[in-house]
Design a protein around this ligand. Sequence first.
Ligand SMILES: Nc1ncnc2c1ncn2[C@@H]1O[C@H](COP(=O)(O)OP(=O)(O)OP(=O)(O)O)[C@@H](O)[C@H]1O
Ligand SMILES: [Mg+2]
Length: 462
Amino acid sequence: MREIDDLVPLLEAIVSYIDEGVLLTDRDGTVLYQNPAAAELLVAPGAGPLQSLADIRGVDLKDALDRVLERAPAQPENAITPNLIQFDMRIKVRDEMRDLEFHCCRACDTYGNLRLVILRDKTDERRLETLLSRSSGDLVTKDPTMMEILERVERVAPMQAPVLIQGETGTGKTHIARLLHRLSNRSRRPFVEFNCASTPVPLIEAELFGHARGAFGEINGERAGKLKAADTGTLFLDEVSALPAHLQTKLLKALQDGAFEPVGSDTPVTADVRMITASNRNLRGLVEAGEFRADLYYRLAVFPITVPPIRERPGDIPLLLAHFCDKLAERGYPRDFSYSPEARRLLIDYPWPGNVREMETAIEHALICCVDNVIVPESLPHDIRNFDHLPVVSVKPAVRPSEADEKVQIQTALARAGGNKSLAAKYLGIDRTTLWRKMRRLRISERAQIAAPEDAREMRTN
Ligand SMILES: Nc1ncnc2c1ncn2[C@@H]1O[C@H](COP(=O)(O)OP(=O)(O)OP(=O)(O)O)[C@@H](O)[C@H]1O
Ligand SMILES: [Mg+2]
């Protein structure tokens, strides 16, 4: 027994460190023990520790526990691990609805009077599941920043506001533009795509605005352009930064007036078009450099969305790989294959400069070149195989830092992420919900703007 007694402080330290809430109550709902995570999940800030389950506003947790445990099968005698029963509840904490998952059991005491409750915050996960199922499931992600983007897409989709989607090549801008149209109330109307960078400059005007009969010589008939083709629907202008200056002016006028003149015609044509534009160059930077019209930028960027590159959402890598493998299996590629540990390491460490598109082609290459249905480093494209990866430094401390250190660490990450909590959480190697809880525990203001100290630049996500 002496050894067990010695372990108690260690066990307490572990329980106070974990992200799950842990509560021990008696039969009347009096709280006998709570770890910091439980208090953060259930109690409003400044309310002090939870004395009784009855203190939790808006929900009768004691009654819920009674009902669940009443129906629970009896714990087998001498059972070492308790029979945990799971149930979910929505609780309003700090004016915000939280989806909590509870695991509970009668704790092993002589009279069966104690109750052990373990809580997990599933709010972000549930929100993501709902969003993804609504967006017809073809956008694969579990990344908090992407989740926020999906929420923004859902919010703006039913409006007429122009949307500007920016991000590196292959991050999914076109994918998101199509999703936006699908979720809009123009979804049954045309969705017209036009890539300004892949069309020769002399042809862009006629392609976009159309041309009158004979505009390019006798044999040319009249032709409606993309703007007219998108009438009552959505026009997706990809690589809008490649639009020449005189056409930037013409497009701005068309958007302001809802009308424009086709090439070789004086007769205005009307079009009611919802604009979505995309660029993998920073459009605001181009405005500042005098390469893009500021007034057109403001017209297009009413609702800007920036899609993060894959290296900023490494958690999506396994998901996307699995997604593309499923798609390839439908096309006859092997379904039963595995990765060698080295190949897996390379796929995770590689910075994916071509983002999701590069992943899509890399996995196809790997499946063509796999050896006995195992993807080995030699199965991967040359760039990935020869990627000279740097060791990734974890910023997760081995032991819990002091509150002051933890506060500085969080403030530094927030400053470095420009206040973006999802990104800051990534820098810290924790999820967003945990960051949110820590911020409240340490009373870190959401608006605090603190300059990042020098050493913060050494931080890497893990
Ligand atoms: N989150 C995602 N889930 C599933 N597929 C995705 C996702 N993001 C991108 N894709 C797929 O990856 C490929 C590249 O995406 P997309 O064409 O949308 O990138 P992009 O940002 O528009 O690239 P570019 O800048 O070159 O136009 C497409 O086949 C797209 O369907
Ligand atoms: Mg695109």
